[in-house]
Design a protein around this ligand. Structure first.
Ligand SMILES: Nc1nc2c(ncn2[C@@H]2O[C@H](COP(=O)(O)OP(=O)(O)OP(=O)(O)O)[C@@H](O)[C@H]2O)c(=O)[nH]1
Ligand SMILES: [Mg+2]
Length: 327
């Protein structure tokens, strides 16, 4: 059907995990990105389909397609400028060359954000997980714990969300599922105290990783942002370099709002990494390009489902290949 897509797919290099897991994260990623692809890529392929000439009208339509897929004004402008310049310099022979150029440019936008979480030898390596209500923090922690365990790391969890009903139990269930210890106190306990105690426990038990859950909050709730600052302060009393990662979990289905959240949390507490979740089931996956361009922050992980294996270190080329590849 779409010649460019087919050709692209045939030449795509095998992804590293195609040998690792029978189902393969790459195919799950492709499936997860189906709605974003339907909005962004398939529509785009239709534009290119049958076009020999690359003209201003086609460029306008590409621009519209990018904008409606949450890629964002800034990123879209950059992509369109590149295409227009290459067109003016006659570097693009036909529509297919333009389509390929666009994919290469999209990879380039994401590449600086492909900075995997590098653990040092500090024990415990503390990951503080933050974000708004319902963004997927606790679920991401469950998946992340599994990911670290797969890498032979010992993991402990801290139930720092003492606010929402059943938040502690939810984390404990992930603890049971992963067979790992969860440090918790009673509901309503001071979050900083819980996480501090957990860090001491992790240190005493020689754990390699401590992942701390926190309650969902909005940047406008200054008392709750102050609570996160306090968490960081008390952790630094035990280890001045802790937390080693302040990971914001962003819900991709929120599109541009997710971008605003990361900017605001970063300003308030200093974010060192992003986990972009719920890429499955949303047509707004294009937001990743806007986030990459606007924040330049490391996108550590992407989530494409609620299952324990549905989290993966972010890889720029793989992401764009999955977005443009056929299922
Ligand atoms: N489809 C899909 N659902 C997800 C993903 N990550 C989390 N969820 C779902 O999103 C909902 C909220 O997830 P939680 O992990 O409880 O979110 P949270 O940020 O901890 O929420 P609060 O603690 O209330 O702030 C749950 O129903 C999860 O199963 C994902 O990658 N894909
Ligand atoms: Mg939670």
């Amino acid at each position: 059907m779409f010649d460019f897509l087919k050709r692209k797919n045939q030449t795509a290099s095998p992804t590293p995990d195609s040998q690792e897991q029978p189902a393969g994260f790459f195919s799950r990623l492709k499936q997860g990105l189906a709605k974003t692809r339907a909005k962004l890529t398939t529509g785009m392929a239709n534009l290119f389909l049958g076009k020999k000439e690359l003209d201003a009208d086609l460029i306008d339509q590409i621009e519209m397609q990018l904008l409606t897929a949450d890629v964002g004004v800034e990123t879209t402008t950059q992509l369109i400028q590149t295409l227009t310049q290459k067109l003016a310099r006659k570097e693009l022979s036909d529509a297919q060359a333009a389509f390929e150029c666009l994919q290469a440019e999209m990879k380039q936008i994401l590449q600086p954000c492909e900075v995997p979480l590098q653990m040092n030898s500090i024990k415990p390596y503390v990951v503080l997980v933050v974000g708004i209500n319902g963004s997927g923090k606790t679920t991401t922690i469950g998946k992340l714990a599994h990911y670290f365990q797969q890498a032979q790391k010992s993991v402990m969890l801290a139930a720092g969300d003492t606010f929402r009903a059943a938040a502690i139990e939810q984390l404990q269930i992930w603890g049971e599922r992963n067979h790992l210890p969860v440090i918790a106190q009673q509901p309503g306990a001071d979050t900083a105290a819980v996480i501090y105690d957990a860090m001491e426990a992790a240190k005493a038990r020689g754990m390699e990783v401590l992942i701390a859950d926190t309650a969902g909050r909005l940047h406008t709730q200054s008392n709750l942002m102050a609570e996160l600052q306090k968490v960081k302060r008390v952790l630094a009393k035990i280890d001045p370099t802790a937390p080693h990662e302040t990971l914001i979990v962003l819900d991709a289905t929120l599109g541009q709002n997710a971008l605003n959240q990361v900017k605001q949390f970063h300003e308030a507490i200093g974010v060192t990494g992003i986990a972009l979740t719920k890429l499955d089931g949303t047509a707004k996956g294009g937001i990743i390009f806007a986030i990459a361009k606007a924040t330049q922050l490391p996108i550590r992980f992407i989530g494409v489902g609620e299952g324990i294996d549905d989290l993966r270190p972010f890889q720029a080329n793989e992401f764009v290949d999955a977005l443009f590849g056929e299922i």
